[in-house]
Ligand binder design. Structure first.
Ligand code: R5P
Length: 271
């Protein structure tokens, strides 16, 4: 692998732990102004220093992320669909590679929809990006998306999706945590990170999911809602870091979350 490609991957997946905490803030590309990310700049500002990579769209990157940041950017470059439209799987490539380079990205990301009517189209989107990425030394992260069909998230299906994504050249694959997750990782020759999915009932539930994923071989998390839809997003991302980078048990990380939460409550300006 070329130096530039390796360097970019090492900026995302930290070589000292082999793990990564990515913060996903790309949801608006098909979901619009979701709860707690209506003002992306306000959501991102306190969190960006605590993530190893940020995953926005180019619109959010240019409008809402301070260019002084040294946090690597994994740019969402697929879309063209919406929650109001007929089929979430119908995605194309939305960003010219030249613009991704202009934005100094560490990687580009797209979704693939395996087993849908748009399987071929989205897999060819992946190969198009991999070909361009090879030219410029930019890795591609493939998201094994399920659209509205959350029940598809089982090991048999996700193992198929992750392996196909890696076979077609993805450098990192993002998928969902599931029962028998180690089977998904075992069948995938590139690092696997997990999405958080819809907000779970408690922070402890999300910490348990992150712990189980790492324990079963994930390289990290690329989480959104379970961080920024928490009432205490900074304590939450810091607790997630404890699990991902330091191997803290969920209960230990939850203690840290509670301690940071109580400190942040004390710091609230009463005016
Ligand atoms: C969904 O397609 C988006 O790419 C999100 O980045 C992804 O689902 C991760 O965010 P969350 O943890 O909220 O599921």
């Amino acid at each position: 692998m070329d130096w530039g490609m390796r360097n970019r991957i090492n900026r995302i997946i930290k070589p000292d732990t082999g793990h990564t905490v990515m913060l996903a803030v790309d949801h608006g590309y098909f979901l619009g102004a979701m709860n707690r990310i209506e003002d992306p700049a306000a959501t991102i500002k306190p969190l960006i220093q605590f993530c190893d990579a940020l995953m926005p769209t180019r619109g959010v990157l240019r409008t809402s992320v301070d260019p002084a940041t040294d946090t690597p950017i994994v740019l969402r470059v697929s879309g063209g669909n919406s929650i109001a439209g007929p089929d979430l799987a119908n995605e194309g490539i939305t960003v010219d590679f030249e613009d991704a380079i202009r934005l100094n990205v560490a990687a580009v990301a797209l979704s693939v929809y395996i087993g849908t009517e748009f399987e071929n189209q989205t897999l060819l989107n992946l190969t198009e990006l991999v070909n361009q990425g090879q030219t410029f030394g930019i890795p591609v992260l493939a998201v094994t998306a399920v659209g509205k069909e959350l029940e598809k998230r089982d090991a048999r299906y996700l193992k198929l999706c992750c392996r196909i994504s890696a076979e077609l050249g993805a450098a990192i694959v993002k998928t969902y945590y599931c029962e028998d997750f180690e089977e998904v990782v075992k069948g995938c020759p590139v690092p696997v990170v997990i999405a958080g999915g819809p907000k779970l009932e408690t922070e402890l539930d999300a910490l348990k999911m992150a712990y189980d994923a790492i324990d079963r071989g994930a390289a990290g998390v690329d989480m959104g809602r379970n961080i920024w839809q928490s009432d205490f997003p900074v304590p939450m991302i810091r607790a997630i870091r404890e699990v991902v980078h330091k191997g803290a048990k969920p209960e230990e990380a939850h203690e840290l979350f509670k301690q940071l939460r109580s400190e942040s409550e004390k710091n609230v300006d009463p005016a």
